[in-house]
Write a protein that binds this ligand. Structure first.
Ligand SMILES: [Zn+2]
Ligand SMILES: [Zn+2]
Length: 311
């Protein structure tokens, strides 16, 4: 597991989603200077991740320890613990527990799962409370360094509702005497953008969004931020990843998001029991063209040019 230097403030980590052979990609990511990286453990369209070869598990585990890099494993898209369909709900429940166990075997500390809500509010709150207890008890069976934080990723612009849902889960965990750091959120900015209607200016859009993200961070309920570009305009309900700077968001606006994340470094870390809960990973997401991304070092040069990090 990635162990951040102990600090009373949140630590902001920068990196990208990487595709391709996992160990090679991770070596490359560290060479490029990333402190964090996001990967898929298997086909994103499936429900359960397939078993990963022992040698790959060992290699990833060693890399995490040796390079001190934070690794996030994005769970398959089909999982949805809030589905109206009881079968999908129960298989998602077991699938995420399995995904977390696979992450743990490699010392991957954070898993991201989509929040594809279709239930009404009351049922979602009931579900998240029951799930948070089951998930946390599942994690507590392992040693502290082998537990996995689970971040729910927003699939639309209702990020404040996702935040409330996660806070309900945290309150419930505290009420029953369990640690509340293992349930958190991942904020995908483009998912907010695609559903923001009527379309606003970028300044107005971020003027509404940034204070919400700051409040989430201050309350220990934000550990991952996804930054990407998209082929479709704000409010179009559609999203297709483009390379960063080549979509409707554009490079200047991407820089403005990255620069804003500096503010998060001044936020006091709430949860001291789980080291990773004191970090926010800013992940650049882009299309799965491994060759182009890693040949041209796009993602890292964007981070450098934004002025938030120096080589
Ligand atoms: Zn996602
Ligand atoms: Zn995302």
């Amino acid at each position: 597991m990635y162990i951040p230097a102990s600090s009373k403030y949140l630590k902001v980590l920068y990196g990208a989603h990487i595709y391709g052979p996992k160990t090679a990609a991770m070596h490359r990511a560290r060479e490029l200077g990333f402190d964090t990286v996001q990967i898929f453990l298997g086909g994103p369209q499936r429900m359960f991740v397939r078993d990963i070869r022992e040698d790959i598990k060992t290699a990833i585990k060693e890399l995490i320890a040796e390079k001190n890099i934070c690794v996030i494993a994005h769970a398959p898209y089909a999982m949805n613990i809030f589905s109206k369909d009881a079968d999908i709900r129960s298989s998602s429940w077991s699938a995420i527990m399995h995904h977390s166990s696979v992450c743990s075997e490699m010392n991957i500390g954070i898993a991201v799962m989509h929040e594809n809500r279709t239930m009404d509010r009351e049922k979602r709150i009931h579900t998240v409370k029951a799930f948070a207890i089951a998930y946390t008890e599942h994690e507590l069976k392992r040693k502290p360094g082998e537990r996995v934080i689970l971040a729910f990723e927003n699939q639309n612009d209702k990020i404040d509702e996702l935040y409330e849902l996660v806070m309900e889960a945290k309150d419930e965990l505290e009420r029953v005497g369990l640690p509340s750091s293992y349930i958190t959120t991942c904020a995908d900015i483009t998912h907010v953008y695609m559903y923001t209607r009527p379309a606003k200016s970028w300044e107005e859009f971020t003027g509404n969004l940034f204070p919400v993200l700051l409040k989430m961070a201050e309350n220990g309920a934000l550990n991952v931020i996804h930054v990407s570009d998209t082929a479709h305009p704000m409010g179009s309900n559609k999203h297709r990843h483009t390379f960063i700077g080549e979509g409707t968001i554009g490079m200047e606006n991407i820089y403005s998001v990255l620069k804003w994340t500096k503010k998060l470094r001044k936020v006091k870390a709430i949860y001291k029991d789980v080291p990773l809960s004191k970090t926010i990973s800013v992940i650049l997401e882009h299309p799965s063209n491994t060759l182009r991304t890693f040949e041209s070092d796009d993602a890292f040069s964007i981070i450098l040019k934004s002025g938030i990090r120096h080589r």
